[in-house]
Design a protein around this ligand. Structure first.
Ligand code: FE2
Length: 240
């Protein structure tokens, strides 16, 4: 897995719910989700990672940058990432976005059923992927890496020297595994094995602002995040 430095063509925006958009939604402010726009500055196309909370705001942010949203990447099915019922609150997400434009939602195959159940969209809206598959936006290539554990079909996105990790890996700690479909063995393997080849120079962009900084290099994260200090899966099982 190579990591290229950021090219001139890469368009990449990290947007914090409750601050950069959905400012009037107090729950969005509490959930501190990050949404990402990734695209090609030359062709002016982008994909949106985990659209939720306020679809009109997100659409307008892309439009203000003269970028056209041409697809969706879903890290996982949870409502705070792609919309649906969040403990009794109906969070707007992919379903509202599909009313604006017919877009494909790229998910891991293992997440398909969970997304359909949680959002009520139809199977034809989904583009199920396998680990290692790539999505192209203009000249920008994004690699989809299956990292199960937080959910069965959680995935991370590698684009040039950046890793968008959803709820698999945060700067401090990792995603919970006590929700339906969670698996603590799998998340440990995802972080320590499936993401092992990601270079230290690659920058980690998480799914929530759960640390003082919004992003950090994988090298720093490997030094400071406790998950990487756990010596074995047996020790991990004892801990969580
Ligand atoms: Fe989640």
């Amino acid at each position: 897995m190579s990591s290229n430095p950021t090219s001139d063509r890469l368009y990449f925006r990290q947007l914090l719910a409750g601050r950069d958009f959905a400012q009037s939604d107090p729950i969005a402010g509490q959930m501190v989700n990050f949404i990402y726009l990734i695209g090609d500055r030359q062709t002016r196309e982008c994909v949106i990672v985990d659209p939720a909370w306020n679809i009109d705001d997100l659409w307008e942010i892309a439009a203000a940058d003269e970028m056209k949203i041409t697809g969706v990447l879903a890290t996982h099915f949870h409502a705070d990432h792609i919309g649906g019922d969040l403990f009794g609150t109906d969070v707007p997400g992919v379903r509202a976005l599909l009313e604006k434009a017919a877009l494909k939602i790229h998910c891991q195959r293992a997440e398909e059923e969970w997304i359909l159940r949680g959002t009520g969209i139809s199977k034809t809206d989904l583009a199920p992927a396998d680990s290692g598959d790539k999505v192209r936006v203009g000249d920008i290539e994004i690699t989809l890496i299956h990292t199960p554990g937080h959910t069965p079909g959680s995935q991370c996105f590698l684009v040039e020297d950046r890793l968008v990790a959803g709820d698999t890996l945060f700067l401090q700690g990792c995603g919970r595994t006590d929700f339906p479909g969670g698996d603590k063995d799998e998340i440990y393997r995802s972080i320590t094995e499936r993401l092992a080849k990601i270079p230290d120079s690659t920058v980690l962009y998480p799914g929530h602002l759960y640390a003082p900084e919004p992003c950090a290099s994988m090298g720093e994260t490997r030094k400071s995040n406790f998950v990487f200090q756990v010596p074995s899966i047996e020790a991990w099982r004892q801990m969580v």
